[in-house]
Ligand binder design. Structure first.
Ligand code: WTA
Length: 635
């Protein structure tokens, strides 16, 4: 790819103005110059946020894997594409070159074809962070199958919900996974899930932990023998620009998870372009993003963005605390990592363990540090800057979402002066707006409001799988003609943005988005529970943690509260996964409600956060007396 780096702030503003004055011309130029098309587009963009409908590069034909693999073969065939760092450092790394990747993706895609997977079919991928995960995404994309990756920490019920929602025909999994000292039995989670999934015809199982598993006759097969027999040649299926590339589920404030649908061309153009600029990527860099490919960060900035640039991308299977808290830094030193991209929760967890673990290692290769997933607090920002970047590697605080596909607000390193806790400026082509409660745009700097985006960008999710109405209601109905992010933000005197957090009932715990409603549903399944309300409260490592207020039925009264707490968290673990467990559970006789019967979460949030100044008027509540009782017994 030729050089399209932004060099300084002046150039940023210049390019930014160009990008918003004529977005079509701007994105067309990037698409023309940097990608491999089987056929060019007839129309750069058509859009209508009222419907809503967005189409980029309509009429174009391509395959994203030809852009991520094939076109690099002549110049970079022997270059490492994926550098796999296993959970156990003693196991040794695996280096997959672009040529290897080409062969392995072709073989995998041939196996998918032989199992009857066709263009448009949905394939669920439930794998740990092993090379097969990245390869399976690319294999699906190669033949036009739509991948739906489910993070391998979700429970069997959560997995089944997602498989059924998009009617997946196949599941790709492994016998198990490693997580530090632990192993997790993934295959039996899949087996349990599939008891409720009639749509799944076949299951491919990668071998990772050599555990004893059962293969269901006629449904399950080991992956490796199939790969051994498959041809390493396959011509990629030609896709339309707007053909779906993948579905990825994200939690909403209510009900079912939302299967966000991303399409091919726009997603490719935007993730590649942001990768190159936000990380100031250069040819011989070794880039490492610590996210899991089960989340959007892994899709866009471990797999598609880096590979579209012909980069070396590191895949790490383990956890930051194993064998000890120096693991991240040991890897940085060993591979001479140049860009390191992680989450605030990981930074806070490591900062707690002390600087000895960082100081031991030579981190001088680092040029850019990134953070994503939740607001980064000032203390964590400085710890990262002082101890990891050693004040030489700028921090890019990147704000974006599963729905946006790629990074939206971010500094450009060595160009945008950083400011702790500020994601700073919109990326080229992105037009943010802050809205007030009345639905009017707040113009000018020094503003505080709800964050929206005014104009489409190439990687905006096109719909929610099977539920376009919900897509419209969630993102395009709150403010007219705007995409609403669900986040609050403020803009400072120079126009920098700081994301203040969610304004809906989504709580970000350790960087994972959790909707309160599905967790409350799980809690309410406990036979002794009458009603529950869940809110977030500040936590020094997780960012937020979950606080549950629970009222019991008569049958639950007098029961041992510790046991009840354990049982409630057990149900949550089964229904959603351990990431949604409640940190604190307070049993109470009543929940504060409005006269129309709605639970007043605002009050509960304040109590859980131990911030009871300014509680507002509680006298209009249906049951004001319960507020004092809850406050007196807060945990
Ligand atoms: C939050 C992750 C503050 C935000 C890529 C958003 C952030 C949600 C930042 C999306 C950031 C993400 N600063 N908050 N730099 N990045 N968020 O879908 O609330 O897992 O709406 O996508 O994370 O989370 P998701």
């Amino acid at each position: 790819m030729s050089n399209y780096h932004i060099k300084d702030l002046e150039e940023y503003y210049q390019v930014y103005r160009k990008s918003v004055n004529d977005p079509e011309a701007f994105w067309e130029e990037i698409a023309e110059e940097h990608f491999l098309w089987r056929k060019k587009w007839d129309n750069v963009l058509s859009w209508d946020f009222k419907k809503p409908e967005v189409k980029w590069f309509e009429g174009a034909k391509l395959n994203i894997t030809e852009n991520c693999i094939d076109r690099h073969l002549s110049a970079r065939g022997d270059k490492v594409a994926i550098l796999f760092e296993p959970n156990n450092p003693k196991e040794g790394v695996e280096k997959i070159t672009y040529t290897d990747l080409y062969h392995r993706v072709n073989k995998f895609a041939n196996v998918l074809k032989s199992k009857g997977i066709k263009k448009g079919d949905r394939v669920c991928i439930y794998l740990p962070m092993i090379p097969e995960l990245a390869i399976s995404l690319l294999a699906c994309a190669r033949i036009g199958a739509i991948h739906s990756v489910v993070f391998a920490g979700f429970s069997s019920i959560a997995l089944a919900t997602r498989i059924n929602d998009s009617n997946c025909k196949m599941v790709i999994t492994s016998d198990g996974s490693y997580r530090g000292k632990k192993t997790i039995d993934l295959k039996s989670i899949v087996d349990e899930a599939l008891e409720d999934c009639e749509c799944v015809e076949s299951v491919l199982v990668a071998k990772r932990i050599n555990s004893e598993i059962t293969l269901k006759d006629g449904r399950d097969e080991w992956l490796q023998p199939l790969l051994n027999q498959a041809s390493d040649q396959l011509t990629a299926t030609v896709m339309d620009a707007e053909d779906p590339l993948f579905i990825l589920y994200t939690s909403g404030s209510t009900g079912m998870p939302k299967g966000m649908v991303h399409t091919t061309a726009g997603y490719m153009v935007y993730t590649a372009h942001t990768f190159k600029n936000v990380f100031q990527y250069r040819e011989n860099d070794i880039y490492w993003c610590t996210a899991d490919i089960g989340w959007i960060t892994g899709h866009s900035y471990i797999v598609y963005g880096p590979l579209a640039n012909g980069a070396t991308t590191v895949m790490f299977e383990g956890v930051p605390s194993y064998p000890d808290y120096g693991r991240f830094w040991e890897i940085v030193e060993k591979h001479k990592i140049t860009q390191f991209y992680t989450a605030p929760t990981a930074i806070r967890a490591l900062a707690k363990e002390g600087v000895e673990y960082v100081e031991k290692y030579d981190l001088s290769s680092l040029k850019v540090l990134g953070t994503v997933g939740e607001p980064i607090n000032e203390e964590a920002w400085h710890w990262y800057d002082d101890n990891v970047g050693r004040k030489k590697a700028p921090i890019v605080d990147t704000w974006w979402q599963t729905e946006t596909g790629g990074i939206m607000i971010t500094p450009i390193p060595y160009c945008t002066p950083t400011k702790p806790t500020f994601a700073t400026l919109p990326f080229i082509g992105i037009q943010p707006a802050l809205m007030d409660e009345e639905g009017k745009e707040i113009k000018g700097n020094q503003a505080n409001g709800r964050l929206c985006i005014k104009f489409p960008w190439p990687s905006i999710a096109r719909t929610i799988w099977g539920n376009h109405q919900r897509y419209k209601d969630t993102y395009f109905s709150t403010f007219e003609n705007m995409y609403f992010t669900g986040d609050g933000a403020l803009r400072d005197e120079v126009g920098y943005y700081r994301i203040t957090g969610r304004v809906d009932d989504v709580i970000i715990v350790s960087g994972h988005n959790l909707g309160t409603a599905p967790i409350e549903d799980a809690v309410n399944e406990h036979p002794a529970v009458a009603e529950s309300a869940i809110v977030g409260f500040p936590h020094d490592v997780k960012g937020n943690a979950l606080y549950g207020y629970v009222t019991l039925k008569e049958t639950g009264e007098g029961r041992n509260q510790e046991n009840l707490r354990k049982e409630i968290n057990q149900i949550i673990t089964e229904q959603i996964g351990p990431i949604a467990k409640l940190n604190k559970i307070q049993f109470t006789d009543g929940l504060p409600k409005t006269r129309s019967g709605k639970i007043m979460r605002r009050i509960l949030r304040k109590i859980a956060s131990k911030d009871t100044s300014n509680m507002g008027d509680t006298s209009t509540l249906l049951n004001p007396e319960c507020v004092k009782d809850i406050m007196d017994n807060v945990l």
